[in-house]
Design a protein around this ligand. Structure first.
Ligand code: ZN
Length: 196
């Protein structure tokens, strides 16, 4: 997901991945077929391998280089169910950069909220997207450790945006109406201060 917040740091967790390792990869844009296919589950034999660790480092490094708050493996043309994200402190609950493997998201309740999203693979555009406000999350760390947690608000929004990339979906399809679709410069001028 795209915004330009400050970088976050924090204490270590099984999911946490530093942004100082790995390399900056090219982010593919809408039109590249990898963004429209369902990504594959990472097989258990890949957990803890150099290949999966390098992917995690590359995702976090590329996410920061592109000033995003989330980046899914298909966005760097790797068709695996892996994504990186973080939540900056100014969105409430701060989550340091982390990587989820084979995540499964389950909405808790039916409540949804609309808010603005952008996407590194759909550069320059913003739109209002409804998302579930509460989620239960099950996933694995790159080392195969199973993790479960709950997410709410912006945290839940980022997770749903990145999870959609693993299923070949971009935020444009989630918009209730294309009426709010705006270029970033115009959005800054006319819409950024308005609550949805
Ligand atoms: Zn995106």
């Amino acid at each position: 997901m795209a915004t330009s917040p400050p970088l976050a740091t924090g204490p270590g967790t099984p999911l946490q991945v530093t942004g100082n390792l790995g390399r900056v990869r090219q982010v593919v844009r809408l039109g590249h077929p990898v963004l429209r296919q369902r990504a594959e589950e990472v097989p258990a034999v890949r957990f803890g391998t150099r290949k999966l660790r390098d992917l995690a480092f590359d995702l976090v490094r590329t996410m920061h280089a592109a000033s995003g708050v989330g980046l899914a493996a298909p966005q760097i043309a790797v068709p695996w169910r892996v994504f990186a994200y973080y939540v900056p402190a100014d969105y409430g609950e701060e989550i340091p950069p982390r990587v989820l493997v084979n995540p499964v998201l389950t909405p808790l309740g039916t409540e949804q909220q609309e808010d603005w999203e952008g996407c590194l693979s759909v550069p320059g555009l913003r739109g209002l997207v409804p998302r579930f406000t509460q989620l239960a999350v099950e996933a694995y760390s790159v080392d195969g450790e199973r993790v479960t947690f709950h997410a709410a608000g912006f945290h839940a929004r980022v997770l749903q945006h990145e999870q959609d990339h693993l299923d070949g979906i971009v935020f444009l399809e989630r918009m209730r109406s294309l009426q709010s679709l705006a270029f970033e410069a115009e959005w800054e001028q006319y819409a950024s201060g308005k609550q949805p």
